[in-house]
Ligand binder design. Structure first.
Ligand SMILES: NC(=O)c1ccc[n+]([C@@H]2O[C@H](COP(=O)([O-])OP(=O)(O)OC[C@H]3O[C@@H](n4cnc5c(N)ncnc54)[C@H](O)[C@@H]3O)[C@@H](O)[C@H]2O)c1
Length: 310
């Protein structure tokens, strides 16, 4: 039985759908908080044939009960406060959920002899380092509290793996987009605004680069990491093909069939200039092979959006 924390969220709900399709037993644990619309999260899990547990990962007693009552053998730990910019407003909440919550789950992994633990890390650990980013690069210059929580999370995972012989893989996701996408992230926000003739705000001069990664590729990488089950490894999961913001807006215009009204604002604090994943390690050790480019990915997103928002 695989426990997916944050299972009602964007990546978690897509992962559970895939696990169920492959006849794996999964449990979704999520606190359904209102960082973005709770309705979206309920809809994400509506069709999923799995047990859903509404719980906060900071609640140790509750977690203990969940592990006592269910035969959990693997954990995919995705639950987190996930916005970069809001973490500058409320760093304490981010440190509490993302760090203490992770420790609570690692404690469960230790006490219940969990066979495999996947930790959702982030490209943000690289800060404004060299690109393309590779797992051997130094990661000592995070520029948001959120990014710090992911770096600290990796270190704590490494410590638990080393001290208690746990199999733990940390996956650094690069700007994920697609079906069930997060409404606070640019791909969804921009598409939603353009499709509804509202202006979009472009921060910076449009030349910032992001390695947008389609959700199907990310889910594939997670499943491969569960299967390989290394003792302790860190992998980049990106597309390996960054797109500049101006071009990405054009891709969205095409998918939405409308022109964008663009408002320009200064670059925001906490944002990095570019993300670009070197995925050669994941390719070699996981057989990870991102297949979907932004044109195809946004086309799929558009089909999903029209089904759910019109
Ligand atoms: N989407 C991306 O581009 C991206 C990039 C890098 C890393 N990540 C990481 O991947 C993971 C999943 O991200 P996502 O995009 O699906 O975000 P999401 O916000 O859609 O999903 C996270 C889920 O965790 C739940 N959650 C938050 N706090 C909780 C708590 N205290 N107890 C229980 N559940 C809680 C939320 O309700 C939400 O459903 C996160 O750890 C995020 O930091 C995402």
């Amino acid at each position: 039985m695989i426990l997916v924390t944050g299972g009602a969220g964007f990546i978690g709900s897509n992962l559970i759908a895939r696990l169920i399709k492959e006849k794996e037993d999964a449990i979704c644990l999520d606190d359904f908080n209102d960082y973005y619309s709770v309705e979206n999260k309920r809809r994400n899990v509506k069709g999923l044939k799995c047990k859903i547990i509404e719980a906060d990962i900071r609640d140790k007693e509750r977690l203990l009960k969940v592990f006592q009552e269910n035969k959990i053998t693997k954990i995919v730990h995705l639950a987190a406060r996930a916005g970069v910019r809001p973490s500058l407003e409320n760093p304490g909440l981010y440190f509490d959920v993302n760090i203490n919550g992770t420790i609570n789950l690692l404690e469960m992994a230790r006490q219940f002899n969990i066979d495999s633990f996947i930790f959702a890390s982030s490209s943000s650990v690289y800060g404004n380092g060299k690109i393309p980013s590779s797992e051997t690069d130094l990661t000592e210059s995070q520029i948001s509290p959120y990014a710090v929580t992911k770096k600290v999370g990796e270190l704590i995972c490494q410590q638990y793996s080393h001290q208690y012989n746990l199999n733990i893989t940390c996956l650094r996701f690069f700007t994920v987009y697609g079906e069930n996408g997060r409404p606070d992230m640019a791909p969804f926000k921009f598409y939603d605004a353009i499709a509804n003739d509202r202006p979009i705000t472009m921060f910076g001069d449009g030349n910032t680069k992001r390695d947008y990664t389609y959700i199907g590729d990310i889910v594939d990488g997670i499943v491969r990491a569960i299967d390989k089950n290394y003792r302790f490894e860190i992998f980049n999961l990106g597309n390996g093909n960054p797109v500049i913001l101006k071009d990405f807006i054009q891709v969205i215009e095409k998918a939405a069939g409308k022109k964008a009204i663009i408002l320009r604002k200064e670059m925001q604090k906490g944002d990095v200039d570019a993300t670009f994943a070197d995925v050669s390690k994941a390719r070699k050790m996981l057989g990870y092979q991102p297949k979907t480019d932004v044109t195809e990915g946004m086309k799929r997103f558009s089909i999903w959006y029209k089904k759910n928002y019109r």
